[in-house]
Design a protein. Structure first.
Length: 410
């Protein structure tokens, strides 16, 4: 490139004497021919787009001078670079330009190459670019827009057109940034509302569960323990090929959130049966078994009231109704067996029995952990899903640690 300050202005440029540029060396290592500079603007600021930084990349000193003066006089802060490499360095600096005017035909790196690097860099990919070119074919213009430019100005430049295109792109950028800010604010508000709704949901579930506890005051921390067992067991099962597709992170979270409701139907069982300090008669046992139906019916009515199906209510209804079903079909209330029992209910079943065995009740003493492990292992393939039982037994120490953390009823 020849930097000939006495060369005539490019064809079509307005007849304006080149404004002197105050040049300073780049802070990064550049070729000797790569010159960068910032034109200091002294004009008063007048519009929303004033004080925006515009970077001009062109290897013609005359074009840099004329365009720089034009934009500086219009109230913009102007940076110039007379090579593609220098332009890329300026574009990536902390104070990034709001708009880049980029010449296509340059010697060290053409405009298409510069644009490719700009769009490949996460720091510069969103900076709008206007191509400057002497080529005015439809093919060139189509190629430029496909590459990701914002606009296209053909030489010789018309000052009024340049200013109009620059201001238009800066206004579009400002509008895009405003929309991004609004979207971020909206996303933050949605996230806040979601957290608030989840908290209300959790509190409501706990309130209902504790209401059921008031009818059976010997259960102590049963709700906290069983909820933790369910989450832990489901998390380990998620790595099992048979359960991995079902037990997603969302499924596990909604299942754990629903777990405290598993015995909510007990609010409908008479105290004389629920609190009886001895073995129930066959008739009393039939009444006790209805707590599964009372609870699931209550949730079904709640779903009808809101005229919608909610994930955690669906899981709650499954575990409330079927957590006393047995793998071999000898459970209640519907005598389901095997895979017909929802995974949620199978997980709840083992968690609930484990906690019942280690806890003291009015009708029995607490069993030691060693005895509980033997009882659960003996029910593999009978009361419990075989593979869920295997996973539980292989991690039994973790379940025992949860029980000790919350305290065992004895």
């Amino acid at each position: 490139m020849q930097n000939n300050s006495n060369a005539p202005p490019a064809s079509g440029m307005r007849s304006v004497p080149p404004a002197p540029l105050r040049m300073r060396p780049a802070s990064l290592t550049l070729p000797e021919s790569a010159i960068v500079s910032e034109i200091q603007a002294d004009a008063p600021r007048r519009r929303a787009t004033d004080n925006e930084v515009v970077l001009i990349v062109d290897d013609s000193p005359e074009n840099l001078s004329a365009l720089g003066s034009l934009l500086q006089e219009a109230g913009y802060r102007v940076k110039v670079a007379n090579s593609g490499g220098a332009g890329l360095r300026l574009a990536a600096q902390p104070q990034k330009p709001s708009l880049i005017l980029l010449d296509i035909m340059m010697q060290d790196m053409n405009g298409h190459q510069v644009l490719h690097y700009l769009r490949s860099n996460v720091e510069t990919k969103d900076i709008p670019v206007i191509f400057l070119t002497a080529r005015d074919s439809d093919e060139d213009e189509e190629r430029a827009f496909e590459a990701g430019i914002s606009d296209y100005i053909v030489k010789p430049f018309k000052p009024s057109l340049v200013l109009a295109r620059v201001r238009s792109q800066l206004l579009v950028r400002r509008a895009r940034l405003w929309l991004q800010d609004q979207n971020h604010a909206l996303e933050a508000e949605v996230a806040r509302r979601l957290r608030e709704n989840e908290l209300i949901q959790a509190v409501s579930i706990r309130a209902l569960a504790h209401l059921a506890e008031t009818r059976d005051n010997e259960t102590g921390n049963h709700i906290e323990r069983t909820q933790s067992y369910v989450r832990l067991l489901a998390t380990h099962l998620a790595n099992h090929p048979r359960f991995s597709e079902t037990l997603t992170t969302h499924y596990i979270e909604t299942l754990a959130r629903s777990a405290p409701l598993h015995d909510i139907g007990k609010v409908g069982i008479p105290d004389s049966i629920l609190l009886k300090p001895g073995k129930l008669t066959p008739g009393e046992w039939e009444i006790m078994k209805t707590h599964t139906l009372l609870g699931s019916d209550a949730i079904t009515l709640a779903e009808k009231d809101i005229n919608s199906s909610v994930d955690f209510l669906r899981h709650a209804k499954e575990i409330v109704r079927w957590h006393h079903e047995h793998w071999d079909g000898n459970g209640y209330p519907d005598g389901l067996s095997g895979e017909r029992i929802p995974v949620s209910a199978r997980i709840m079943a083992l968690s609930d029995v484990f906690d019942a065995l280690i806890s003291k009740r009015v009708y029995k003493e607490a069993y030691p952990f060693s005895e509980v492990r033997k009882i659960i292992a003996s029910e593999r393939g009978r009361q419990f899903d075989p593979e869920i039982t295997d996973v539980f037994l292989s991690h039994c120490a973790e379940f025992e640690a949860i029980a000790l953390h919350f305290g065992i009823d004895n």
